[in-house]
Design a protein around this ligand. Structure first.
Ligand code: NAD
Length: 495
């Protein structure tokens, strides 16, 4: 990787193009409106971004529909779509430095993580779905009559995608991978807090051979461009990733418009259970700290509720606090930095507000708790650990989306399960125990889309990702993601 001054020099020379990508062209908003985007790393102005409105969304949906109907992508042989997806993936890797820089400047994550995780994972996702598409077979039903009943999958048509700012490229790739590989056209609305990388990605897709109109990206605010996309009468399915509050609205928009299919990937407050027969307390502590503080705590699946058996609570807390020291915020453009800036001043205030609430409600602050690097003009928070938390406290119930760990004691297995499931969320959970029977029993009892046993950091595009309860009803990743962007069609043939 380049040395720190190189990244600063590149950042200083960066020319941001904030125009939408519609029908293969860069375009201003129809009324010329823009909004200013600033970087959370030091407050610098990055540029003017097109402020998409209903007219721009409508133009993008029309382009997507035309592209779908003309069949240049939707009716291409799977092997041909696969080639383009693979070129697209390779082009993402070729543009790794540029995309990583956009990601870091836009939302504050360390450049080293943007390169190693965000870019790598985005490229792998696109290639993996491209690779999958010519290996999926349709079905023939075993009907009792003299007939063939073919059950085939068809692309739904125009897929709308609305994504958050915490992993702008990865969240985009999770929506694009299956939707494009299956032959759909897409209109994507990135978060107003992190629109830059998705706009560049749309250009890269065109350069890789994706026909114009198949992927359109319209930046703008949620209540303007986002709402217009979710309400549009010609969008067949809507993939949403974001907060539970906004996910609720997506279902309302669908019911107010054309009953489009909505698949929601929402918030989390994942529980990490450590029993006193845990064989490696050091590793448990390191895994918690590393999983929560990675990406400044802005991960939907961060295991931010640590439930620990009372007898080992102090020992675990001590180890987590020691590990937290390794996550001091630094300059995101320095490749040695592990923790960067939170996404903006509003998020900074939200996180500090939760830390105040934790103290006011009687939780014990073991480390961190303050704003950091104030001299930079950026939005930094110290890695923060609370012990003695009660599961009904605000910091244990609400998603903080910042670098804050809450350690909550439990008495026995039943108490651990009850507290873990006492949440409106159900995204992920972990069980750390040396007992095989206990690990299985507890994993089965936990209400979560994913349960980790004696680990947390494994993840791969091959497995589904999604939640239960108010964490959503979708499943991104894996072959199961095709279910959301395809329709089953039955064709009876008399023989
Ligand atoms: P958010 O709900 O505020 O915004 C998400 C997206 O929705 C943005 O693009 C925003 O502009 C848009 N939006 C907002 N209001 C809208 C409206 N009225 N109509 C249409 N669109 C609207 O969420 P956020 O703050 O960007 O992201 C953080 C949340 O995302 C957290 O809750 C996090 O847990 C969740 N998340 C979930 C997953 C997952 O896979 N389950 C992954 C990443 C993030």
């Amino acid at each position: 990787p380049a040395s720190p001054p190189d990244w600063h020099a590149r950042a200083a020379g960066l020319q941001v193009d904030g125009r939408a990508v519609i029908d293969g062209q860069r375009q201003d908003a129809a009324d010329g409106a823009t909004f200013d985007k600033h970087s959370p790393i030091d407050g610098r102005r990055l540029g003017a971004i097109a402020r998409g409105q209903a007219a721009d969304i409508d133009a993008a949906v029309r382009a997507a529909r035309r592209a779908f109907d003309d069949g240049r992508w939707s009716r291409q042989a799977p092997a041909a779509r696969k080639q383009v997806m693979q070129r697209f993936s390779a082009a993402v890797l070729a543009a790794a430095d540029e995309l990583a820089l956009l990601e870091t400047l836009d939302m504050g994550k360390p450049i080293a993580h943007a390169l190693a995780v965000d870019i790598a994972s985005t490229a792998r996702t696109l290639a993996w779905y491209g690779e999958a598409i010519d290996k999926i077979y349709d079905e023939i039903a075993p009907t009792p009559r003299q007939a063939l009943a073919l059950i085939t999958r068809e692309p739904v048509g125009v897929v709308g995608a609305i994504v958050p700012w915490n992993y702008p490229l990865i969240m985009t790739a999770w929506k694009l991978g299956p939707a494009l590989a299956a032959g759909n056209s897409v209109v994507l609305k990135p978060s107003e807090k992190s629109p830059l990388s998705a706009l560049r990605l749309a250009e890269i897709a065109l350069e890789a051979g994706l026909p114009p109109g198949v992927l359109n990206v319209v930046p703008g605010y949620g209540h303007e461009a986002g709402e217009a996309l979710a309400l549009h009468m010609d969008v067949d399915a809507l993939g949403f990733t974001g907060s539970t509050r906004t996910g609720r609205r997506m279902l309302a928009y669908a019911s107010q418009s054309n009953l489009k299919r909505v698949y929601n990937e929402l918030g989390g407050k994942s529980a990490f259970l450590v029993f006193d027969d845990c064989r490696d307390l050091d590793r448990a502590a390191h895994t918690v700290a590393d999983s929560v503080f990675f990406n400044q705590g802005e991960s939907c699946n961060a295991p931010s509720r640590v439930l620990v058996q009372r007898g080992i609570a102090d020992a675990l807390a001590e180890r987590i606090t020691a590990r937290a020291a390794r996550w001091q915020p630094g300059d995101p453009l320095d490749p040695r930095t592990r923790m960067g800036a939170v996404v903006d001043a509003g998020q900074l205030r939200t996180v500090l507000g939760y830390i105040d609430a934790g103290q006011a409600q009687g939780a014990r602050l073991l480390s961190g708790g303050r704003q950091a690097r104030t001299e930079t003009g950026g939005c930094y928070v110290e890695p923060t650990v609370f012990a003695g938390v009660h599961n009904r406290m605000t910091i244990a119930q609400e998603e903080i989306f910042g670098p804050v760990i809450s350690i909550i004691p439990f008495d026995d297995e039943a108490d651990a399960i009850a507290q873990a499931n006492d949440s409106v969320y159900g995204l992920q959970a972990a069980v750390w125990s040396g007992g095989l029977d206990r690990a299985h029993r507890v994993a089965r009892a936990l209400k979560a889309g994913t349960v980790h046993v004696n680990q947390y950091d494994e993840d791969d595009i091959t497995v589904p990702f999604g939640g239960v309860k108010q964490s959503g009803n979708g499943r991104d990743k894996s072959l199961h993601a095709f279910d959301k962007v395809t329709e089953l069609k039955t064709t009876w043939i008399r023989i």
